[in-house]
Design a protein around this ligand. Structure first.
Ligand code: NI
Length: 172
């Protein structure tokens, strides 16, 4: 297993629609394992393949609270089948370092995906896990959480993010 390099906004791979995965072969299984390791090492609660430079429809997430046993989900070609309710909770993203902002999301979602055995899984998620599914699936559709902000907030984000990036460069 290997820890992969996480791409940061405005890397173009984050702004591409990811490809459907036609077959779950060893390459995909290895990628999934490496993404899991990269997510836990970050640490983060979710990761989508475009964030490690691979424009394919694969996400991993684990929203279990700290200290509780892992609830790892590996989802191939995930889709949101239905959504219900609203929530407005603060989000962050491993591809947008040090920036956090509340985003409007559905409170509950039904999702469908393939597991690594190629079996179809349908499940319901709510609250924080529903946010994670929506956030990660957005990555497959070229959207970052900051793309869901109002245009005013998005321009504020851009200014602040340029400063964050400049500070990081000075630290290197
Ligand atoms: Ni993200």
């Amino acid at each position: 297993m290997a820890i992969l390099t996480i791409r940061h906004y405005p890397d173009p791979v984050l702004q591409q629609v990811a490809q459907q995965i036609p077959e779950i072969d060893e390459t995909i299984k290895t990628l999934a394992q490496n993404m899991v390791e990269t997510m836990y090492a970050a640490p983060g609660v979710g990761l989508a393949a475009p964030q490690v430079g691979i424009s394919q429809r694969l996400i991993v997430l684990d929203c279990s609270p700290k200290g509780e046993s892992a609830q790892l989900i590996i989802a191939v070609n995930p889709e949101i089948v239905s959504r219900e309710g609203e929530q407005f909770e603060e989000e962050g993203c491993l591809s947008v370092p040090e920036y956090y902002c509340p985003v409007h999301r559905a409170q509950r979602v039904s999702v469908r995906f393939l597991d690594l055995q190629g079996l179809t899984v349908e499940m319901e998620a709510e609250g924080f896990q529903a946010v994670a599914f929506q956030h990660e699936i957005d990555h497959l559709d070229d959207l970052l959480f900051v793309d869901r902000l109002s245009s005013l907030k998005k321009s504020m984000f851009r200014k602040k993010y340029i400063k964050i990036m400049q500070q990081q460069e000075q630290q290197l």
